[in-house]
Design a protein around this ligand. Structure first.
Ligand SMILES: Cc1cc2nc3c(=O)[nH]c(=O)nc-3n(C[C@H](O)[C@H](O)[C@H](O)COP(=O)(O)OP(=O)(O)OC[C@H]3O[C@@H](n4cnc5c(N)ncnc54)[C@H](O)[C@@H]3O)c2cc1C
Length: 463
């Protein structure tokens, strides 16, 4: 069995398999936090917790690579991660020099306007130097680099090929005391003062809490039945005068696509459709799908480019939010982050930025880092961070839904306004800057509804 373990060099007892024994304040001294999931949000959480806990253990069910990702391997990266400005800033604060390191490894930094040829609402957007950067990197490279950074911390342990089976709690269920893990078919308790669930959309926390008597967790969802199929190409030489291409459509459920650069002089071209109108992993069907986007540019760009590796298909049922803040009772010693709390459509490329912002909010809610009361403070703070992006994402995608008389009318107006703003911003720098500021979360989304912006949208929209 391959095992990826780093740090804890002087950590304490391990069993004969090299697995850390149940750890508690009593056993090893100091306090201990467990993070479920070693994807990006889990790794960021571990970095934050390492500054406040004596020991942090990240538990990941999958095997983690022991070698850096090699572009020449021909494997299709799961998908590109485009990091919005605010998310990139948060990552850089936690891991100084991270983006220089990623760029050194080939990640591509783009200006979100001048380097991107974007077809939005039936028109090509004007291109100009916006000053908003976006970093495009394959997820394996991003995660590899983050794990290498964490490996330098002496108090962080990453256990891969280990699953968390359920929470451990006091008899009255009010305090979480750790997690039960299975590693190499052997169940073991892992005692901790804090458990952070960064288990992603597939998190089983709702089920575990139900089992502990906390009832059901209220959820909201918006069905999209989105399927995205991604394919990797070698960037041709000479290449086009843009670095990235996006094609968003005017018709709500029409086919869309984008093409983003990643390390290794590669493009990842993704196409997607909704409600059964889906691309597949078959190369001919993929090309045929790309040919039927509203404009032929993505198809033309890749038509003669060398294709690398297989097509990767991702299914995304829809936006999903778990409202932990609405539960009447919630145990102490537990926090939830990232897609485990709220999963947005991948089309918006905001999942990681949201995870980073949630962590930021967590830190602000914890000026003195007291474990007592953390869970309650954090779940409410998290809801405050998520509320506006959630409503905007839901309202932007509302037009894709089949008509539902129960839907609040106010959201439909937001959806109409958002569409009008996007159309007006194609040729209006001021509006496009306002949109970029909100999209990159450097200004709150409400800024798009400032009186001056609304007036401009209405005026430009009439021309
Ligand atoms: C096609 C696609 C494209 C996307 N593009 C972008 C983009 O450009 N920019 C962006 O910001 N976001 C993007 N996203 C969204 C982004 O991938 C997610 O928001 C992000 O991965 C969420 O991170 P997470 O750490 O919360 O969860 P995940 O990435 O889902 O990770 C959860 C981890 O927890 C582990 N785990 C779960 N349960 C257990 C358990 N019981 N025991 C042990 N381990 C467990 C899983 O194995 C997994 O590794 C995209 C998503 C998709 C599907």
């Amino acid at each position: 069995m391959m095992m990826y373990i780093h740090s804890y060099r002087a950590a304490g007892p391990v069993n004969k398999l090299g697995v850390a024994l149940p750890m508690s304040r009593d056993h090893l001294g100091g306090n201990h936090a467990v993070v479920i999931g070693a994807s990006v949000v889990g790794l960021l959480a571990a970095r934050v917790l390492a500054g406040h806990f004596d020991r942090v253990t990240v538990v990941e069910r999958h095997r983690l690579p022991t070698m850096p990702p090699a572009p020449e391997s021909g494997l299709t990266p799961p998908h590109v991660h485009a990091l919005l400005a605010r998310g990139a800033h948060a990552l850089e604060q936690l891991f100084p020099g991270l983006f220089a390191e990623l760029e050194e490894a080939g990640a591509v930094r783009l200006d979100q306007s001048s380097d991107v040829r974007a077809y939005v609402q039936g028109a090509w957007k004007d291109r100009y130097k916006s000053g908003f950067a976006i970093h495009c990197v394959s997820r394996p490279l991003l995660e590899w680099t983050l794990r290498q950074r964490l490996a330098r911390l002496r108090n962080v342990l990453v256990l891969d090929e280990t699953s968390v089976d359920h929470l451990l709690a006091t008899a009255d269920g009010r305090l979480i005391r750790g997690v039960q893990i299975t590693r190499d078919s052997m169940p073991e308790p892992l005692i901790a003062e804090l458990v952070v669930d960064a288990g992603g959309r597939e998190s089983r926390l709702t089920e575990w809490l139900y089992g502990l008597g906390f009832g059901t967790v209220p959820t909201s969802s918006v069905r999209l039945d989105l399927v995205m199929a991604s394919r990797v190409f070698q960037v041709p030489v000479p290449g086009p005068d843009w670095k990235a291409l996006t094609i968003a459509t005017r018709t709500p459920c029409a086919r869309s696509g984008f093409l983003l650069p990643v390390e290794g002089d590669r493009w990842v071209a993704s196409v997607w459709g909704y409600f059964g109108d889906h691309p597949s992993a078959d190369p001919d069907q993929w090309m045929a799908f790309a040919r039927t986007l509203p404009i032929p540019d993505l198809h033309e760009a890749v038509d003669d480019a060398a294709s690398l590796g297989d097509i990767r298909v991702e299914r995304f049922p829809g936006h999903l939010r778990r409202h932990y803040e609405r539960m009447e009772r919630f145990p102490e010693g537990l926090a939830v982050l990232g897609d485990a709390a709220c999963s947005f459509s991948p089309v918006y490329g905001q999942g990681l930025t949201m995870g980073a912002l949630e962590l930021d909010a967590c830190l602000k809610a914890q000026p003195k880092w007291q474990i007592a009361g953390l869970s309650q403070r954090f779940r409410h703070r998290l809801a405050a961070v998520l509320d506006v992006p959630w409503h905007l994402a839901v309202s932007a995608d509302q037009g894709r839904q089949r008509p539902d008389p129960r839907r609040p009318a106010a959201l439909s107006m937001v959806a109409k306004y958002t569409h009008r703003l996007l159309a007006a911003a194609t040729h209006d720098r001021e509006l496009n800057d306002a949109f970029l500021q909100a999209m990159n979360m450097v200004k709150p989304p409400e800024s798009l509804f400032a009186p001056g912006t609304v007036r401009r949208v209405l005026k430009v929209g009439q021309v």
